[in-house]
Design a protein around this ligand. Sequence first.
Ligand code: PMP
Length: 435
Amino acid sequence: MSLFSDRTRQMGTENAFKIGPHILAAEAAGTDVIRLNLGEPDGQPPHWVTDTVIEEIKKGNTKYCDPQGLPSLRQAIAREAGQVRGIAIHPDQVCILPGGKPSIAFTQQLYCNRGDEIIYPSPGFPIYESMAGYVGGVPVPLHLKEEEDFTFGPDQLKELITPKTKLIILNFPSNPTGGVADMAQLEALAEVILSICSPDVRVYSDEIYEHILFDNHCHASIASVPGMEKRTLIASGLSKSFAWTGGRIGYIICPSIKEAMEFKRLNINYFSCIPPYNQEGARAAIEDPRSGPWMAEMALKFQDRARKVVDQLNGIPGVSCRYPKGAFYAFPNIHGLCENLGISDVLARMPGEKKPSPASMFQMFALYIYGVAVLDRGSFGTIGAENQEFIRLSLASSLEELEAGVARLAAAGSDPEGFKNFIEKKETAAVPEGV
Ligand code: PMP
């Protein structure tokens, strides 16, 4: 008998959090670390959100509440999300969850039987892949290509669809690539789905970055394509749009009330309900007319940082980076930089079958020796990602910090001697596990 279930061994993680102990270890060893790892907007939520939360707590709104979410918040979401996407949404189709993340695993649990295939973007938010095995599903990565601006067309999707496909995960604007899809592209994807998938196949459309778009790009949702509103789960939340990651307010909009009732049942089984005072804060965020301009201003700030950081990254030998179109990350290709440091040669000499990727080695070198925390390609899906060398920098830090962080990456990238020493010192805790 083993302590943990087989299922538990299938569960992955999110390295943005997992790297925390490495950051602390680097700091304990005397390195000051610039943290560009976490996707958490800097700054505070707008005061009309926090004021509402405080007032609600003072009023005593601190008890259990509707497990599906407060009707007033669900109404606000249904109204706003429906208007933006040009579809009718009933408030009972909405279920509130503690953040954007839980609906990923809940969706996989609710719709997938053992052996059902889950198509998801890679590189993509790691939880799509890390929970698939846990629920007994089969993860099927849809590899996003740099030269196609990290999006994909109908043929690429069609190739992956089989009679076992049960769930297709989309994420625009994308983490970590900043890719965005326009309506024509989504229509083409929808045509494939509507023509070859059973009506019970669901699209999970992760739209959590819907308000963070650059250079006049507009948000498009596959749920707006006629026929797709009956097959699409729209997932979003307030963590990114309102710089409120600690509020833990996310939501799922289901194609039917029947499906929302199943999310509600999971809520009841797992945590009963979400703090009502935070839900009131979320309602204030969605309904207050000041919120639109507030979010637009935050997006402009990220856009400005993205341009400057990408330009700076492209000045580093062996690095090439595209401008993100949305979200708040830069995702440079560091293949040449890894070559310049001789990482492949070091890996070739390393014993063992399961070796770390060059990007993981660089990630640890940059952290422990140069004091800058970024995430490697393997943090965004591992299956089939072995020969891809990218890192992700979160743009949610001040420009000064970002510029200093990129300068440290540049210095690390031009220090093959330092890299050799780092490896020879055999700082085993710092040398990463396999991809
Ligand atoms: N989806 C994507 C694409 C994300 O990047 C994130 C957070 N990094 C989430 C979902 C989860 O958001 P939350 O913090 O609200 O759980």
